[in-house]
Design a protein around this ligand. Sequence first.
Ligand code: NDP
Length: 303
Amino acid sequence: MRVLIGGGSGFVGRELTRLLKNKGHEVTIISRQPGPGKITWGDLESGGLPPCEGAVNLSGENLMNPLRWWNEGYRKDLFSSRVDTTTILAQAIAGSPSPPRAWVLVTGVACYKPSLTAQYTEDSEWTPFDLLSRLVKEWEWAGRLPETIAQNTRQVVIRPGVVLGRDGGAMKQMMTPFWLGLGGTLGSGRQPFPWIHVSDLAGIIGHALEPSPNTPSSAVPQVYNGVAPALNTNYEFTKELGRVLRRPTVFPVPGFVIDALMGSERAVVLTQGQKVEPKRTLESGFQYQYPDLNSALREIVGS
Ligand code: NDP
């Protein structure tokens, strides 16, 4: 199968590319930069969709970029890097004489309202309530294909929690303080911490790309929550990481400090959280390699 991956050069994209290539598939990355095995977004707009059986979009300005101050310019980039790239790819698919079999858009669980008690599945109704949920709404809307195209191209939306892996994402920023014994809970620590190991997220995307004779084509995308089945809190995550690293985790970071450092609109990702179940992901037959924190963190830390 030939797979086109927008943002395939990033943290999740590198893992997905490895997985697909190991299975003998061909990968072309869509990037802002030209290079071997890549096309640019401009090439896609001017030349149309190259022949492919699967398309994925993983593009997006990093929400936790420590080098960027939380301001209007950053907020704009968060939106445009996701919504505009998704629009370009969806339009290229819709305009292609031979559209791919599957179109997979990776968004996030920020559409579900943070709560200590509510438990969400892919069937949960939601309406935007803050900046990040508005982003998910616009992003997923931008990915929708016209009905005539959706009859032949399966539309899938995957909503990941915090993606954990060795060479990128949240762990890259957390490892140093935790190694130094300066790790601790964030905010109250009671907030849910939806997470997934990067290999499992790549696996779910790969699973969604495979031909699926039992899934009827539909004008509405099939949604899969990209989270591990274990439902953990920030406290449980912090304590497990401390145990695996054999380091103390006695320095809680108060919520107001995180709000002040990061801007409260994005700090919600750390200080609040959602209990998200991967109901449909499990029903689809996907088998997790890392269903619990201990196995995931051991793999990442390398012990
Ligand atoms: P990365 O931060 O690694 O970025 C992915 C790619 O996006 C980059 O390689 C880059 O490709 C492209 N990109 C970055 N900034 C911009 C920009 N301003 N405009 C256009 N393209 C840009 O993302 P991840 O791999 O961690 O995540 C993949 C997707 O999953 C993202 O959409 C993210 O929002 C979502 N997600 C990730 C989570 C996580 O914990 N990592 C959690 C939940 C959702 P290039 O430089 O080649 O153009």
